[in-house]
Design a binder for this molecule. Structure first.
Ligand SMILES: Nc1ncnc2c1ncn2[C@@H]1O[C@H](COP(=O)(O)OP(=O)(O)O)[C@@H](O)[C@H]1O
Ligand SMILES: [Mg+2]
Length: 258
């Protein structure tokens, strides 16, 4: 059993706000593959008519040619369907109801699904690179870690004006896993660095920022998982946030061994 968060209602509110914002871009992102599948279907039906005609007219070469065109469209449908189902799976992971029970999970899958959602907002503006090392299963509250990673990705995206790059990595370091999110954005000015993790603080206009994102990251990582959050930043060059959490949570009744 891992630690508890002082104000779970605030976390829940922030999660709903994030999901609300993301769903608009996720829906937009799904509309292209869905549109492709629907229009392919019309073409496929017409091709089938022509295949029937060619078969009735005993034109085997024509039948083969039309069947090959049908197969090519089915291949495109497959890719489009996979794209949609991947997004649906990522939404499910991030939107999963709060559940204060720790589970052993593949952390890289949580990172991947958070990235899938965040990328729908980045579009072609931001290039995303991943450097995910194979990890043992990590004992954590997956919906909370997903929220923390999404908060870091949102900040990274909002810090980049115009085009830029976000890199996300994971490493096993002794008994802990290290997740980092690096951006090539504007950086955090020295005078703000003391504030960002400690208090509700925002430099963003109403409707863009609430100042709660990093506060919640810190609560999720330190209070709920006994981990740590840190960052380094260079004005005008970018920022890297680091989350470290133990691979196994200390159980409540744990007595330090002699
Ligand atoms: N990756 C980043 N690059 C630059 N500034 C950042 C970054 N992450 C956070 N910040 C700064 O920290 C502030 C607090 O972040 P956060 O707690 O997520 O609140 P919000 O994003 O709603 O403003 C932001 O307003 C921004 O000024
Ligand atoms: Mg934020």
């Amino acid at each position: 059993m891992s630690g508890e968060i002082a104000d779970p209602a605030l976390l829940e509110l922030q999660r709903h706000a994030t999901m609300g914002r993301l769903l608009a871009s996720v829906a937009h992102e799904m509309s292209a593959p869905l549109g492709a599948m629907l229009s392919n279907r019309d073409v496929e039906l017409r091709l089938l008519d022509r295949i029937e005609q060619a078969a009735a007219g005993s034109e085997p070469a024509k039948v083969m040619e039309l069947a090959a065109a049908c197969r090519e469209l089915a291949r495109i449908d497959q890719l489009a369907g996979e794209r949609i189902s991947r997004l649906v799976r990522s939404v499910k992971i991030a939107a999963r109801a709060a559940d204060p029970v720790s589970r052993r999970v593949q952390l890289n899958e949580i990172v991947d699904s958070a990235l899938d959602l965040a990328k729908t907002e980045f579009r072609s503006r931001i290039a995303v690179e991943t450097d995910l090392e194979s990890l043992p299963e990590v004992e954590c509250q997956p919906h909370l870690l997903s929220q923390a990673i999404l908060n870091l990705l949102t900040n990274a995206g909002q810090a980049i004006e115009g085009t830029g790059r976000i890199t996300v990595g994971t490493r096993l370091e002794g008994d802990s896993v290290h997740i980092w999110v690096a951006d090539t954005g504007r950086g955090i000015p020295p005078e703000d660095r003391q504030k960002v993790l400690k208090q509700a603080f925002t430099t963003k206009p109403l409707g863009v920022g609430t100042g709660l994102g990093l506060l919640i990251v810190r609560q999720i990582v330190t209070e709920a998982h006994g981990g740590s959050v840190s960052f380094e930043s260079e004005s005008g060059r970018g920022t890297t946030f680091h989350i470290r959490i133990p691979v196994r949570q200390k159980s409540k009744g744990d007595v330090p061994s002699a």
